[in-house]
Design a protein around this ligand. Structure first.
Ligand code: F6R
Length: 525
């Protein structure tokens, strides 16, 4: 609230220049009750409101606009005032804000799922666009306060997707939804015997032939999906792929130009670093392709091309079904590019398509048999540290398994490429420590086993996730998963790792869906 209680503000984001604004307002007689950046906003609105000598109906909106002109940073702002009790004013920049259109009521939130039980009709605000919301109509204005109309977007998500539907937690529900979410991701993008089609993107063979490098840029789990995508694209399309963390990429001055295709992966489509990285590559002349789960999210509106994972709303903070859908979509994209470029034998691509179509039933098979994973979780949940090992694409899965464990069970864990063990981390292996290994590539079985023997010799407790016939060895737990093409095996091998994290977290009595210190969309740097 401002000092006179005339304006109340809800703000998501960060006002970077709040200290300067606070000084300015202080010199003009305003006082502050908190240290928050948000408190400058209502007071600045009051400052401009009281300076405006006009008394017309737009005075409130003008004051908000003058205030917003002074703000630096990222924000989604809602303002109300007892002087104008019939309306709410909202504006956003680099922070998400959606308006749900109801019948004689309208709603605002930062995320679509929060409003699905009220409406499926949404207005998605652009940066620096204002909406003045009344109970039965909404007016939209651009940054110069010129009024315009805006199309409403119907979101197909089902409201029941935002309920637990008999599961104890959203995370468990989302793990079990994966056979279906993958079917949705595949959708009509391919049929056996026909080339893949992406109606939603207009990438020509001519353009693709000019590309000499692809970047996949993302954060966290989405970046791990990118690592699997790199293997797929390099193998099938013979184009070099760099995978980068968005927060690093954006400050690295990366070498990209119009011959680089930059792919941005983001479940929410609102991750601040990913969006900033996308804008950077556009400014350097590269074409950008967004992969997102949220229709109309910021990243999809910034990118040149956009494809959706269609995994349905993901509510649990820890990403599970979004990851597997991202990998599936990257696999289909790699096949699509390879078909256009003629870079891989069609028979190999056809076999891979069959393997992709078989994924849902194979995931069912893993989900139907979780007893050993639950027993393992009971044995290890009190541990302080764990290790994940893998080679090749199994290393990518290890990274994702390790991240999941940290996030929801608060157990410190490290993932290593198994061959790196002897270059340092083996010094940490001691009696009783838990090491989880993934082995899905027949070419790497022997090498991986010898790494595991090294940790067993030093007293480690081992769990192996594998689709190979391993020689009899003294492993403590072996989780067998179905065989598939090694390029897409992370989609299957990650499932037991998701479940292990889940069961460990439950054994510890933690809040699985809302782990401490984490947010579902990281909309600030
Ligand atoms: C991990 C997790 C995060 C997100 C990351 C990117 O379970 O959820 O690591 O993957 O914050 O989020 P999006 O995909 O929304 O850009």
């Amino acid at each position: 609230m401002d000092n006179s209680n005339s304006f109340a503000v809800v703000h998501n984001g960060i006002i970077e220049n709040y200290s300067d604004l606070r000084d300015f307002l202080g010199k003009n007689g305003y006082t502050f009750l908190s240290q928050t950046d948000t408190e400058v906003i209502p007071n600045l609105i009051h400052y401009y409101f009281s300076k405006d000598e006009k008394t017309d109906d737009e005075k409130f909106l003008r004051a908000v606009k003058c205030c917003v002109n002074d703000l630096k940073g990222s924000y989604a702002i809602e303002v109300i005032s007892p002087l104008y009790p019939d309306r709410i004013i909202v504006v956003r920049k680099d922070s998400p804000l959606v308006i749900g259109k109801g019948v004689k009521e309208n709603h605002i939130a930062s995320d679509i799922p929060a409003l699905l039980k009220f409406t499926k009709d949404f207005y998605l605000l652009n940066d620096n666009e204002y909406a003045v919301i009344y109970n039965d109509y909404i007016k939209f204005y651009n940054s110069n306060l010129e009024e315009h109309t805006k199309p409403v977007k119907n979101i197909e998500w089902d409201a029941s997707a935002t309920e637990k539907g008999g599961f104890e937690d959203f995370m468990l529900k989302e793990i079990y939804e994966q056979p279906n979410s993958i079917r949705e991701t595949i959708g009509s993008r391919f049929k056996l015997g026909e080339p893949c089609s992406f109606d939603d993107i207009d990438i020509s063979k001519e353009y693709l032939s000019t590309i000499n490098k692809i970047y996949i840029v993302a954060c966290g789990t989405a970046m791990h999906a990118g690592l699997v995508g790199k293997n797929l694209i390099e193998k099938l399309c013979n184009i070099p792929v760099c995978v980068d963390i968005a927060s690093e990429f954006r400050y690295r001055n990366p070498i990209i130009d119009e011959k680089t295709l930059c792919i941005y992966v983001s479940q929410s489509g609102e991750t601040a670093d990913t969006i900033a990285a996308l804008k950077l590559s556009k400014s350097k002349g590269a074409k950008t392709l967004a992969i997102s789960n949220v229709i109309g999210s910021s990243i999809t509106r910034e990118a040149d091309f956009c494809i959706y994972t269609h995994a349905g709303p993901e509510i649990a903070v820890a990403s599970t079904k979004a990851y597997t859908s991202q990998v599936v979509l990257l696999a289909i994209l790699a096949i699509y590019f390879a078909e256009m470029l003629g870079s891989t034998d069609l028979k190999i691509l056809e076999d891979l398509k069959k393997d992709i179509l078989d994924l849902p039933s194979k995931i069912h098979a893993i989900l139907d048999n979780t007893q050993e994973l639950q027993d393992f979780a009971k044995k290890v949940y009190t541990q302080k540290d764990m290790f994940f090992l893998g080679r090749g694409t199994d290393y990518n899965t290890s990274l994702e398994g390790s991240l999941k464990l940290k996030e929801i069970s608060y157990i410190h864990s490290e993932a290593y490429a198994a061959g790196e063990l002897k270059h340092g981390p083996i010094a940490l292996i001691e009696n009783g420590i838990t090491v989880i290994s993934i082995i899905t590539d027949s070419n790497l079985v022997e090498k991986s086993i010898s790494n595991i023997q090294e940790v067993i010799t030093r007293g480690a407790r081992t769990l192996i996730v594998t689709n190979q016939n391993l020689p009899n060895a003294n492993f403590d737990f072996v989780i067998n998963i179905p065989k598939t093409n090694p390029l897409i095996s992370p989609i299957l091998s990650v499932i037991p790792l998701q479940l292990i994290s889940y069961y460990i977290s439950k054994n510890k009595g933690l809040d699985v869906d809302k782990p401490r210190n984490l947010a579902k969309s990281v909309t600030v740097e």
